[in-house]
Design a protein around this ligand. Structure first.
Ligand SMILES: [Zn+2]
Ligand SMILES: [Zn+2]
Length: 272
């Protein structure tokens, strides 16, 4: 029997919520507020309506204590505006499309408490965990950056070490932060040519999936991967594994331009 969305099932005495993978919802879009995307919030809503989506969830960047040459995240005032504008849009487009306001929480092991406190300041429709910035003796390095100087710095640290640190950080974030979704789980060093994970990395990834499952966290299928490698983040093979484990999947475009809302969602039909 195929469970219907949202129904409570009793599996071996454990109550689990079964919900279908829904590709009419784009659960990960940015806006100009994060300083490296373009377009107003409303432009993303209009794009989602045009694409026939049932729901769009803004998932703007929160980072704390990161020392980097530019700010790729929202400050406190930006977040206040974000919520205000989100409420206005929700009202304006009521009946046309559902609008969610979420947060993409960047993990920083030095700011766990502050991050938790910030999350509590607002009501969120989605709290998602990512790990972007690795601490080094010379400030932070962006582990998903395409910039050559970022890649050079990671090569100097050691590619395998960076990947291990990335998965270790994600694991800690899953344990210590109140995440409902884990974003682009295997996107570390996505712009490093010929990257391959070693045995230890695969073991770490397995543990990430186990913890996700244990905490009933959803795994994001991030379609920005199709732009870089013709597969989402995470890869189809990892997604199959996650599906077998009964992990919930949610789709996200990670759009940084309004026209990218819902991009490549047609290619996710194989996961339905
Ligand atoms: Zn991200
Ligand atoms: Zn994002």
């Amino acid at each position: 029997m195929v469970p219907s969305p949202g129904k409570f099932l009793s599996v071996k005495g454990i109550k689990t919520v079964a919900s279908a993978f829904d590709i009419s919802v784009d659960g990960h879009v940015h806006t100009r507020l994060c300083h490296h995307a373009s377009g107003e919030m409303e432009d993303y809503v209009l794009s989602a309506i045009q694409r026939g989506l049932s729901k769009i969830i803004f998932l703007e960047h929160y980072e704390s204590g990161i020392s980097y040459f530019q700010s790729t995240w929202l400050n406190e005032d930006d977040f206040a505006y974000y919520h205000e504008e989100g409420r206005r849009l929700r009202q304006k487009y009521r009946g046309g499309i559902e609008i969610g306001l979420g947060i993409e929480v960047g993990f920083n092991p030095d700011r766990i408490e502050r991050t938790r406190d910030f999350i509590q300041q607002y009501q969120w429709d989605r709290i998602a965990l990512s790990y972007h910035y690795l601490k080094t003796p010379h400030g932070h390095v962006n582990m998903v950056s395409r910039r050559q100087d970022s890649i050079d710095r990671m090569v100097a640290i050691g590619i395998d070490r960076v990947v291990s640190a990335y998965f270790a950080g994600l694991l800690q974030g899953i344990k210590e932060l109140p995440a409902e979704v884990v974003c682009h789980v295997d996107a570390v060093l996505r712009h490093y040519p010929g990257l391959s994970f070693n045995e230890q990395h695969h073991a770490q990834l397995d543990e990430v999936l186990e913890r996700i499952k244990e905490k009933n966290i959803a795994l994001e299928v991030n379609t920005s991967g199709f732009v870089h490698r013709n597969e989402p983040y995470p890869s189809f093979s990892l997604l199959q594994k996650a599906k077998k484990m009964g992990i919930r999947l949610v789709a996200g475009s990670d759009a940084h331009r309004p026209e990218d809302v819902g991009r490549y969602f047609d290619r996710l039909a194989v996961l339905l």
